[in-house]
Design a protein around this ligand. Structure first.
Ligand code: PLP
Length: 422
């Protein structure tokens, strides 16, 4: 950072502070991860300087011969990794990948059916303040509050009643296996498109540890920065064999939604896809799931409700309704102990979406830095110690500072980027 700190000490100081925060805090936000230094090197390269509107071999700018190599590699690797025959690696983010998929599949005013934000869906699946809720007639399904699992009967009923042109499956907060085939059967019964947003589980899918939606969905979107552990960005895939659809998707990304692609990010995506093809990556994802499962068990052993009774992926939701603790207060107390989680609405939540009665906890980041099942068990115990104090209405400052000290020792044992702390 020396050039940066000489020229711009204010930005350099904030970057250094963020590096230190990432090293010293336990990161349990389910959508975050730590990329490799190779990914960061690609993203910090001269490719940031290049305009490359268009697609490899068909650009609107000269000088694209090298970025063409990079984008072609990213496309080939994405297709190989997910057994797809179409990939668009240009979406700047998951939200833009979804916007492009909507643009290719439906027209403004059409009816779309997606999972509600309050039940674990994403903003882009039809939430009112998002483009998907504003420009389309969005109908929303949710989970069965008794089981915490997707209410497929409700999906079917809403599909028959509203005849959406597009059904969106996928989630931001769901700990069970989604039955992609069942979604496709429902979509087929009304002649709708099926879009699966696998942003959260893309890394697990790549490792073969979560069922792939590719054989079932017409279009699959994802982010590249969650379990997949690449740079922040989006990706669109398909294995439908529908060339006309692929053309529409390409046109929806550029020029439909975006201008020039971020070639430095595409280079970093290519590197991440290569990493995801390794056996090490499969072992990593196995540990992500084992760590999440052990943490969820500890919460249940300590008397906390875990939505749907456990987890089969990288995250789970803790419901604090019975304890009368808000997600907002729990999130703040854990933050003071240097444990980062996010508050999350849970089934039957009496609180507003800003307050909530739950926490979403995910293990991709801690597993990347090396935490094993025992570390995760210990960590879950510390979290319960803090929640117990909140549930009893006690002052939690003493336990928070005790846990903060233990977190500090644990984090020092597992540096995220050893060179950053050397
Ligand atoms: N789709 C899902 C399921 C997500 O969870 C998210 C992000 O949280 C997104 C899309 C949006 O991704 P981005 O933040 O890159 O726009």
């Amino acid at each position: 950072l020396s050039l940066l700190s000489q020229f711009d000490p204010q930005v350099a100081a904030a970057v250094a502070d963020e590096e230190a925060r990432q090293e010293a805090h336990v990161e349990l936000i389910a959508s975050e991860n730590y990329t490799s230094q190779a990914v960061m090197q690609a993203q910090g390269s001269q490719l940031t300087n290049k305009y490359a509107e268009g697609y490899p071999g068909k650009r609107y700018y000269g000088g694209c011969e090298h970025v063409d190599v990079v984008e072609s590699l990213a496309i080939e690797r994405a297709c190989a990794l997910f057994s797809a025959d179409y990939a668009n690696v240009q979406p700047h983010s998951g939200a833009q990948a979804n916007a492009a998929a909507f643009m290719a599949l439906v027209s403004p005013g059409d009816t779309v059916l997606g999972m509600s934000l309050a039940h674990g869906g994403h903003l882009t699946h039809g939430a009112a303040p998002n483009f998907s809720g504003k420009h389309y007639n969005a109908v929303q399904y949710g989970i069965d509050e008794a089981t915490g699992e997707i209410d497929y009967a409700e999906v079917e009923r809403l599909a028959q009643e509203h005849r959406p042109k597009l059904i969106v499956a996928g989630f931001s907060a769901y700990s069970q296996i989604v039955d992609w085939r069942r979604f496709r059967t429902i979509a087929d019964s009304i002649g709708a498109w099926l879009l699966v947003d696998m942003a959260h589980v893309a890394g697990l899918v790549a490792a073969g540890l979560y069922p792939s939606p590719l054989p079932h969905a017409h279009v699959v979107t994802t982010t590249t920065h969650k379990t997949l552990r690449g740079p922040r960005g989006g990706l669109i895939l398909s294995a439908s064999g529908d060339e006309a659809l692929y053309k529409k998707l390409n046109g929806a990304v550029f020029p439909g939604q975006q201008g020039g692609p971020l070639m430095h990010v595409i280079a970093a995506k290519a590197v991440a896809f290569r990493e995801a093809m390794s056996q090490d990556f499969v072992r990593y994802q196995e540990r992500v799931i084992a760590n999440a499962q052990r943490m969820a068990e500890v919460f249940m052993e300590r008397g906390y409700d875990v939505v749907s009774g456990g987890t089969r992926d990288h995250l789970f939701l803790v419901s604090l309704i019975r304890q009368g603790v808000t997600g907002k207060d729990a999130d703040a107390a854990l933050g003071r102990a240097h444990i980062t989680v996010n508050k999350n609405a849970v089934p039957g939540d009496p609180q507003s979406p800003f307050v909530t009665s739950g926490l979403r906890i995910g293990t991709p980041a801690v597993t990347t830095r090396g935490f094993d099942v025992e570390d995760c068990e210990t960590l879950a115990g510390w979290i319960c110690d803090i929640l117990d104090e909140l549930a009893a209405g006690n002052d939690s400052s003493e336990i928070e500072s005790q846990v903060r000290g233990q977190v500090d020792t644990l984090c020092t044992r597992y540096p995220v980027y050893p060179s950053a702390v050397a």
